[in-house]
Ligand binder design. Sequence first.
Ligand code: ATP
Ligand code: DGI
Length: 226
Amino acid sequence: MAKLFRAVILGPPGSGKGTISERVASSFGLQHLSSGDFLRENIAAKTEAGVLAKTYIEKGALVPDHVMTRLMLPRLVEMTRHSWLLDGFPRTLAQAEALNSACELDVVISLNIPLETLKDRLRHRWIHPASGRVYNMRFNPPRVQGVDDISGEPLIQHEDDKPEALVARLRHYKDVAKPVIDLYRAKGILHMFSDTETDRIWPYVSSLLSAKIPTDLADAQRATTH
Ligand SMILES: Nc1ncnc2c1ncn2[C@@H]1O[C@H](COP(=O)(O)OP(=O)(O)OP(=O)(O)O)[C@@H](O)[C@H]1O
Ligand SMILES: Nc1nc2c(ncn2[C@H]2C[C@H](O)[C@@H](COP(=O)(O)OP(=O)(O)O)O2)c(=O)[nH]1
């Protein structure tokens, strides 16, 4: 059995984690686990973790590390026979250490996007809450403005995507993310990408993963996902 591939993508709100994760999933057959989507599933299913997490998310706060770790690690055990890409977890040093005690990562992608670019992107981000599908009026607009392409249900904007909320959120992200980035740099598995356009970053991410993911593994996974 070819060695499985484990990756994490880090970046501030609006940096393109979700956009790039979807391209990685479809190009390399990795399973994309987004902590935000998984939380929304648990909230919708009214699981114990979902009910608890909801109280924090509604206040615009991060979910406590022990709740996130208790939610994410068992999910990763279920995915143990797959190669995967984690998006939105780990977000803190405690989460990164909990993850590192459970599995060995091959690559950590870190997106470093200018503040003005993040503000502009999030100003135009619209989300279908139930599915987490993300649109952008400038980058990937829905067929009908304000309406989800698949369900026809209304799109919303996150309160904390508004420019005034974003500066505080970004400052908090930087404080919390720095030790995580330093940890993976020290492990020699960090790959930092900086640009204002995802389409200019994507070729570099794609060639990095092509070089890192064993070809027999990538072929096998593409076969299983198509
Ligand atoms: N790893 C995590 N640790 C703590 N809280 C988390 C984590 N992942 C998600 N959350 C909580 O769930 C909420 C929704 O997560 P999601 O990633 O969808 O939104 P976000 O953090 O605003 O992402 P984006 O970077 O796309 O703006 C977050 O605002 C945060 O409160
Ligand atoms: N204009 C523009 N918008 C972009 C680009 N890449 C992603 N976006 C859009 C998609 C989303 O609406 C928003 C943020 O992207 P995202 O993938 O949700 O980021 P993240 O919050 O998951 O890190 O910006 C990009 O390169 N240009």
